[in-house]
Write a new protein. Structure first.
Length: 151
């Protein structure tokens, strides 16, 4: 392939899809690489037991931890990524989630960025995805997602 791209996005899920949407009007040449195929539209898509209890759409991959022990990663490979099967809720981390955390196994260091650094992007994403609703966890600023008809 001799085509050159300004941006190559790996994965068409929440992150990749959102980035592609933001870049679309830029005039840049964008390529999205997706491992998965289109998710077949069928009644099981809306069956919570089939999706979440029986893992109907989970990849059969086996991954290995740093000690060589196998585990099933619970990933989905589809155009649209795991967002094809998520619960339609978008979360904000709490401001305190960016700080150093002391717990029984030690210290989790503070993030190198702050909540204030990300807040404009949270606001932009919430606007883009028509996020609205009552906060179920006021500290986490949890909102439910509304997808416009026809999408």
């Amino acid at each position: 392939m001799d085509k050159r791209f300004d941006v190559i996005i790996i994965g068409s899920g929440a992150g990749g899809g959102t980035l592609a949407r933001c870049l679309a009007p830029s005039g840049k040449s964008v390529l999205i690489l997706e491992r998965g195929d289109w998710l077949k539209r069928e009644a099981h898509n809306w069956d919570a037991a089939a999706v979440f209890e029986h893992n109907r759409y989970i990849s059969s991959d086996t991954w290995y931890d740093r000690n060589g022990r196998p585990f099933q990663p619970q990933v989905h490979y589809f155009v649209g990524g795991a967002t094809k099967l998520f619960g339609a809720a978008l979360y904000r981390l709490r401001e305190r989630d960016f700080a150093e955390l002391h717990h029984h196994d030690g210290i989790s260091p503070a993030w190198p960025i702050s909540y204030q650094d990300l807040e404009p992007y949270y606001a932009r994403a919430e606007d883009m995805y028509h996020v609205h609703g009552l906060r179920a966890d006021r500290a986490a600023l949890q909102w439910t997602l509304s997808v416009p008809a026809g999408l």
